[in-house]
Design a protein around this ligand. Sequence first.
Ligand code: SF4
Length: 452
Amino acid sequence: MQKMHKIVLISPTATRPGFISKFFRFPPLNLALLAALAPDNDYTIIDENIDTVEYDSEKIQKADIIGLTVMTAQAPRAYELADRMREMGKTVIMGGIHVSALPEEALEHCDAVVVGEAEGIWPKLLEDCEGGKLQKIYKNKELPDLSDLPVPRRNLLKRKNYLGFNTLHVSRGCPFNCFFCAVSRFFGARYRFRPVKEVIKEIETMIEADKISFWRKAIAKLWDKAPVDPFAFLDDNIFGQKEYARELFEALAPLRIFWGGQASVNVATPENEDLLKLAAKSGCRFLFIGFESIDQSSLTGIGKKVNKPEMYAQAVKLLHKYGITVLGAFVFGFDGEDETVFKRTVDFAKLIKLDLAQFAILTPLPGTRLMEKLREEKRILDENWSRYSFRTAVFEPSGMSPEELTRGKEWAWQEFYSWSSILRRLPPLTNLPRLLVYAISNIAYRLFRRPG
Ligand code: SF4
């Protein structure tokens, strides 16, 4: 019989832990899913954005395996934790997008790396941990099929620490392969979907497990919604394949939930209005859209073919028509941009009445074509991964200095969340639910999401 391992899975911190994390972070669902892939083991999950890693705690002292999930900005901290855990005699395994791109770097700090997705690999890896058969690299030959995935073990996560606890995925992969993004390389350049039936079953188990407060129950009743916290689909584009989206939204409608997700801007066009209507009917109240840039030349440069700046205003208007709050994400630092880009972008975001916006600095993540290009051109200024958090310039921009780029991005945050901007973008006072979401989220961004 296979040994039952004591496993501590850690999501290391990349930024500032504490109260802010509660507003802006989702729980590490990938770790809860990993635990479900080989459930006959004793798991503890530590999200360092919320909790601290206590080396002398009983859980860590008794653990034989430590698993770390690593995004680029988390890498230095992950390596620090890994080095210490190995000194303590633990077997350390790493996975995630950063170490999948740079497994050799990670192997200086850990015993094995899972490259890509862990389905089909994790149970075998745990088996190999016995008897010294552990290999250095584990990688699936094919991208895993997403049917019959187990339900993530959300009971290992501390629900009370997250405002947005009810998260799930329905798909992986992206066909667009944008120049600056690692998603297509990591998850494949085509969409893979979970069967809708299985997604609905998972949501039903989550509704059952959600014990919300008396007040939130009362609010749900007022809106004739199920007594459950809102759901967030973490997929890169919940509308990626229209037939699937239609099937999903039709199946979601009877559950009477609220949900949010990510989408490409090209979904919000008059031709897709029936799909948007269906999304709204199924409970969609929030969409995150990667606008990236208001300049066509920048979008062409990064290969984001689905975005056309002339679509943006109409897209936001159409989403508002169906009561959907829009968070638009913009990136600064593309080749050809000069210092006028900050004001032009913020003015535009105000003009089209974006409910919320995020402003990031173009960041060349390992494994992307952007990183290869900037390396070739010798424009990378800094390889300290902790600075790869989209907040500071780590490369030489073409049309301004790195300091001007960082300062401009900070100005954009401040200006967009100034009181005058918040008032100017206010939704119609007659739409009370949207108004409430707008006010709370803008104030939360203004108070807690400091630039820098
Ligand atoms: S930026 Fe979005 S559309 Fe482009 S490859 Fe990444 S996930 Fe796909």
